[in-house]
Each structure stands twice: as structure tokens, then as C-alpha cells.
Design a protein around this ligand. Structure first.
Ligand SMILES: Nc1ncnc2c1ncn2[C@@H]1O[C@H](COP(=O)(O)OP(=O)(O)OP(=O)(O)O)[C@@H](O)[C@H]1O
Ligand SMILES: [Zn+2]
Length: 572
């Protein structure tokens, strides 16, 4: 059995994430982790908040909090939402952890030892009033193109043009508002990626063919453009400090590593956090990451903008360290989820945010919709109409109604235990064949990380139950042949039991409710074999059952109108 190391792109700390972030990284990683655990694999599912960098400092400043305090609060707020979404992280860490600091500094030392880091002098804006260098984003002024007076040194938010801080008219510090700025020489560390291009190329040539085209094509495009040496330090207060034993002067000047240098290393750091969190268990974090043997398979989840960092820059860092750190085996990359064809935007508060989503409806509604319409082969668009129609049709009608109809009707006619009825016949044999086939299809799509197709197969499993019920019509059968009706209901209840197990990766809460409907002696079952699917006899006659509350409520026209009005459902 493989040991699966699974990481999701780290959500940035500056605010609650939107549904695009959820479906582009954490949620598919969760569905995959759950599926693998259920099918008997050892899984380590790691994620963390990405906490360093300028936007965190700016967000803290806006919130009027010291940055460490802001990040601690923001981490807890995100964590609460992910718990609400049922994300089954083995550990949800923080890139500002001591573990990440230590490993990041160690990797930097190794890169230095191996000749892949160089100190270079660059020109940067210094604020006399603030007594510090200002990153591009910390300089605001008037945009020379559109006249917007709050343009940032890296970009004008109004006309979207990319800027250089020296382009700004009347530049001033975003921290103090002071215009007392000057350009000074300052020294930074550069990672000599150009020296590593050949190695990264060979590594991608060896592994990239196994990745989805979206990931491998972005990686290759990045390589053909050539790897540039990159500055990996910044003049910020909040970050992993440059180690003083190697760079005493830079450390004294307060340089920290650039957020994109330490963020991917936090995959390792968070795994160490996981081990340190339970010393008594002697969790072996190194066996996952360091000289990991062939049994460890590492899968990363992210959306397309993160692909270059994961397939090119982070591997370059790891290769340059000359240490046997585990590198990724499979990169599952996503396109964009859009909101009515436009960008979900944290800064413009456009779209639906994960905390608000959970106030409207339970997690399973979102989980299923997002995965069934994941931006896999292309971008996909969230609209309220589509969301409501998918929820109402697939979840409420096809699954929820089936469960409720079968259990309520059986209780009414045959009491609180699963009825025995006649022996299974030709229709049940046909159904068993069909279910076994669909289950195999579902497994194959999940094994291949094709989430939309997996959701289709899951829906087909639910539909097969409805078709069987319509064909047998137990509410008619009961009038003339109660034994036949009882057989139909017992078979349908076996389908519910099967749905409870196999739907869990997508809709864990509803799955638990379906599971809980049957008082089975031992409920440690995690998956279902093809043989068992064919036989449909997991729930024997005589098993007591209860009717769970409605699994999925329909979204009404009133809800739809209210939400569309509230969130602004229009084309961008
Ligand atoms: N609309 C989207 N659809 C799918 N994935 C997305 C979308 N927006 C961001 N992501 C992904 O979400 C993950 C977490 O992103 P991160 O927290 O860095 O936010 P971000 O990229 O700054 O997004 P935004 O600026 O929209 O909040 C990344 O893998 C990112 O690529
Ligand atoms: Zn502008």
C-alpha cells in the first residue's frame, strides 16, 4: 500500500477565503484524502496558513493589530471555517511556526554552501520617517496613466497597469503617509536559479509527463522562458529572519526571507509541527519527507497561478539544497472558478466567501456543487441558478428524496426493522451488476483524480436507485404482493447503506446521517468491494432503522431571489 502525502496550496492569511480558493486547492485535496483513507491507504494530509509578507503586514495595519497578533487571530478564523467545511487535515499549521523557521534557514544555509546564493546590491525606496526600506506595495501615489491617487508601487488597482515605484507621481509611504522618501542602495540575497535550470529541466522531463497537461504545460512554458536569479529576501519585520551565523550583516539589518521562499517549505514545516504536536505518539515526520522510500507518493493540489512556484521554483530550491527532500510526484492543478464569468475578488469583496457560505447552507451542499463543477479542464462559473438547480436535482431529488421515500414508506408498511420479503430476483441481479460497474467507474475516476467525472459516477449511483424504485414501484407492489414490496425496500435500503459509505468523500455529513439510519452491530466499515456491491446484502433483514431528518432541503425561489440580490448575481 502506498503512503500518500497530500498537500493543499497554503491559503494566504490576509482574509477569509472565497469559494474559488476552496475548490482550487483545499476541497479536492480533502475529497482525495478521504477516499484514500477509506480505501485503506495511509494518508498524511497537510495544510497551513501562509502568513508572511507585505499583504499580511498591510492587513494587520488595517486591522490595527500587531502583525503576529493579527495572524494568530486570522489563522483561528480560517481554521474554524475549514472545520465547518469538514476538511480532514491531519495538521493545519502556520508558516510562521518555529519549525518552518528552522527548516527554511537550514535550506538557505545549504543553498549557500552549494554556491546557489549570492549577495547583490539593488536600489530601493527608503522612508526616512519610517526608518525602513519600503516594499513596492508600501509606496502609494498618483497613477501616471489614470490619475488614481491611491495607486501602489507595484500596480494601479484602478486601471490595473503594472507600475514601478518610481513611476508614481507624489509618492508617499503607505505606513506613515510621509513623502520623505529616497532611493538607496541595499543588499539582498539572490537564489541563482539560472544555475539550476538544467537540473530542473531534467527533473520535469522525468516527471512532468505524469502530471495533468495544465500543470506540465505551465511548468514547461516557464522553463522555456528561462529561470531568472531571484531575490529571496525582503526588508520586512514579519518573516523568517536571514540566519545570522551565515549572513551577520544582513541579519543585523533585519532582512527576512521572501514569502514565496518559505511558504512551500512550510509543507515540510507543518509536517514537523504535526509530529511535535503529539510527542507521545512518536510521529515520524522525516519518513514522509527525508530520504522517503518508494512507498511515499506525494500529491499537491493548487490552482494554476501557483503551478510555477511548485513545479519550478520550489523544486529548484530543493535540488539546490543537495538534500534528499521528497519532491512532488503528482501536481493536480485547477483552472479558475469564476463568479458569473468574472473574478472572485477578496479585495473587491466580489463573490461568495467561505464563512458566509456556511451561514447560508451546510457544508455538504457546497462541497458537492463545487466538486461536481470543479474548474478542472477549463474555468467554470458559479451562478446562483446553476447552484440551486444542482442542489435541488442531485442532492434533494435524486439522493435525499430516495433515502427519505424508502425509509418512510418501509416504516409505514413494515415497521422499524428492515423487512425480509422475497428472495432477490432478476431485477436485483441486474441492479447489482449496474451498481458494481458504476462503483468501479467511480473508483477509477477518483484514482485518476478526475473529480468531475467521479461526481458524475456518484450521481449515476444515486440515479440507479431511483430507476430501480420506479421500475419496481413498491407502493403499487404492496397492494398485491407485500413480499415483493419488502424485497424492493430491503434492496433499496442496501443501496442507502452503500451510498452512506461511498458518498463520504464528497458529502461526509449526509453520509454519516445515512450510516446512522441503520443499527448495524459493528460500523467500522470503510469501503465496499465490487462483490459486495453486486450482492447488495450489507444490511440484513431484521436490522432496526430510523428515518433521518431530510438530508437536503430544496433551495426555494425566494432563497434564490434573495441570495442573487444580496450577492449581486450578474455578469462581470
Ligand atoms: N477563483 C479561483 N478558482 C480556483 N482557485 C483559486 C481561485 N482563486 C485563488 N485560487 C487558489 O486558491 C489557493 C489559495 O490562494 P491564496 O490564498 O493565495 O489566494 P489568492 O491566490 O491570493 O486568491 P485571491 O486573491 O482571489 O484571494 C491557491 O492555490 C490559488 O491558486
Ligand atoms: Zn491607473
Amino acid at each position: 500500500m502506498a503512503r500518500h502525502l497530500i498537500t493543499s496550496a497554503l491559503p494566504y492569511i490576509n482574509g477569509i477565503k472565497h469559494l474559488g480558493n476552496m475548490v482550487g486547492s483545499m476541497l479536492p485535496a480533502d475529497v482525495y484524502s478521504r477516499y484514500l483513507r477509506q480505501t485503506g491507504h495511509e494518508v498524511l494530509f497537510i495544510c497551513a496558513t501562509d502568513e508572511h509578507g507585505t499583504p499580511a503586514e498591510l492587513a494587520a495595519q488595517e486591522a490595527g493589530l500587531p502583525v503576529a497578533e493579527f495572524c494568530a487571530q486570522a489563522h483561528e478564523a480560517q481554521k474554524a471555517v475549514y472545520d465547518g467545511f469538514g476538511l480532514s487535515f491531519d495538521h493545519f499549521g502556520r508558516s510562521s511556526s518555529p519549525q518552518n523557521r528552522e527548516i527554511t534557514q537550514e535550506i538557505a544555509r545549504e543553498l549557500q554552501r552549494n554556491g546557489f546564493i549570492e549577495e547583490r546590491s539593488i536600489r530601493q525606496v527608503y522612508s526616512n520617517t519610517d526608518g525602513r526600506f519600503l516594499p513596492d506595495r508600501y509606496i502609494v501615489g498618483t497613477c501616471p496613466h489614470c490619475g488614481y491617487d491611491k495607486a501602489r508601487g507595484d500596480q494601479c488597482e484602478n486601471c490595473t497597469r503594472v507600475l514601478d515605484p518610481t513611476d508614481l507621481l507624489e509618492p508617499r509611504s503607505a505606513i506613515s503617509g510621509s513623502a520623505d522618501l529616497e532611493v538607496r542602495q541595499t543588499r539582498h540575497l539572490f537564489l541563482l536559479q539560472s544555475k539550476l535550470t538544467g537540473e530542473v529541466e531534467r527533473w520535469i522531463a522525468d516527471h512532468g509527463d505524469d502530471w495533468p497537461v495544465l500543470a506540465s504545460s505551465i511548468a514547461r512554458k516557464w522553463l522555456t522562458e528561462g529561470l531568472q536569479d531571484r531575490s529571496i529576501t525582503r526588508d520586512l519585520e514579519w518573516g523568517v529572519p536571514v540566519p545570522a551565523d551565515v549572513w551577520p550583516e544582513l541579519a543585523a539589518e533585519g532582512k527576512v526571507f521572501y514569502v514565496w521562499f518559505d511558504a512551500p517549505i512550510e509543507y515540510i514545516g507543518a509536517t514537523k509541527e504535526w509530529a511535535d504536536a503529539a510527542p507521545a505518539e512518536r510521529r515520524d515526520w522525516k519518513s514522509w519527507w527525508y530520504e522517503a522510500d518508494e512507498s511515499v507518493r506525494y500529491t499537491q493540489f493548487m490552482a494554476k497561478d501557483n503551478v510555477p512556484f511548485h513545479t519550478v521554483m520550489f523544486p529548484a530550491t530543493i535540488l539546490g539544497s543537495r538534500r534528499p527532500w521528497k519532491k512532488v510526484d503528482y501536481v493536480k492543478a485547477f483552472n479558475w472558478l469564476t463568479y458569473y464569468g468574472g473574478k472572485f475578488s477578496t479585495s473587491q469583496k466580489r463573490g461568495i466567501f467561505t464563512d458566509v457560505a456556511l451561514e447560508l447552507l451546510p457544508a455538504d451542499y457546497w462541497r458537492y456543487f463545487l466538486m461536481a463543477h470543479a474548474p478542472e479542464s477549463d474555468d467554470s462559473s458559479f451562478t446562483w441558478d446553476l447552484f440551486a438547480s444542482v442542489v435541488n436535482k442531485d442532492l434533494a431529488d435524486t439522493l435525499g428524496n430516495f433515502v427519505n421515500r424508502v425509509l418512510s414508506f418501509s416504516r409505514k408498511r413494515f415497521g422499524d426493522d428492515v423487512p425480509a420479503g422475497a428472495a432477490a430476483g432478476e431485477a436485483e441481479a441486474r441492479l447489482g451488476e449496474q451498481i458494481a460497474g458504476l462503483l468501479a467507474e467511480y473508483e477509477a475516476q477518483l484514482d485518476a483524480l478526475n473529480f468531475r467525472k467521479a461526481a458524475q459516477a456518484l450521481r449515476a449511483l444515486w440515479s440507479a436507485g431511483n430507476a430501480y424504485l420506479d421500475e419496481k414501484a413498491p407502493w403499487q407492489q404492496v397492494k398485491t404482493d407485500p413480499e415483493a414490496a419488502a424485497l424492493t425496500l430491503r434492496t433499496a435500503m442496501n443501496l442507502i447503506r452503500l451510498y452512506a459509505v461511498v458518498s463520504e468523500p464528497f458529502i461526509p455529513t449526509a453520509a454519516a446521517a445515512m450510516r446512522g439510519a441503520f443499527a448495524l452491530p459493528s460500523d467500522g466499515r470503510t469501503w465496499i468491494t465490487g462483490e459486495e456491491a453486486r450482492a447488495l446484502d450489507l444490511v440484513p433483514a431484521g436490522t432496526p432503522f430510523t428515518v433521518p431528518p431530510v438530508l437536503f432541503a430544496k433551495i426555494t425561489d425566494e432563497d434564490l431571489a434573495a441570495w442573487t440580490a444580496r450577492f449581486g448575481g450578474t455578469e462581470a
